[in-house]
Unconditional design. Structure first.
Length: 155
């Protein structure tokens, strides 16, 4: 059986319509966020650390996208693993790939937004030192989220 592996993704403008649609569907399924494929294609991902894709048997089952905000802070724009592949350590491994690559580029702080009801993700981010620093009202289909900020660390 094939192993799921995180790899750097190609630049989003180069993604086929089918691949962008797969990313759209994965984000919608896992976060409830609906972005048009055209908007996804324009995200300003950092090419050095911000474009990771998890594939299994030729299918995209996860992604982690991030952008630089400053010389030392980056923002995770999307981080998801398909529900049927959660709980197998894929999120931990994806975060490690991203965090190490970001650290190598001087990114010592990470910020992100997460739905307040997503206890699993909040717990994972908390174990890595991120803490809620603000509330994002109505961001997730009318549901509130947390703005989280913390150091760039894998554990």
């Amino acid at each position: 059986m094939a192993e799921a592996i995180w790899t750097r993704g190609e630049p989003l403008p180069e993604w086929s319509d089918t691949r962008i649609q797969s990313a759209h569907d994965l984000i919608l399924e896992t976060t409830g966020e609906a972005y048009s494929p055209e908007r996804l294609r324009m995200l300003p991902l950092n090419p050095e650390f911000g474009n990771w894709v998890l594939e299994y048997e030729g299918e995209m089952i996860g992604l982690l996208w991030a952008m630089g905000l400053s010389k030392t802070r980056c923002r995770v724009l999307a981080f998801c693993v398909a529900p049927e592949h959660q709980g197998d350590g894929h999120g931990t491994e994806g975060w490690r790939c991203f965090a190490e690559a970001a650290r190598s580029q001087g990114q010592t702080n990470i910020q992100l937004e997460v739905r307040q009801s997503n206890d699993t993700a909040i717990g994972m981010y908390g174990r890595r030192g991120l803490r809620p620093v603000g509330r994002v009202v109505g961001f997730y289909g009318g549901k509130d989220g947390w703005l989280m900020l913390g150091p760039n660390r894998t554990q």
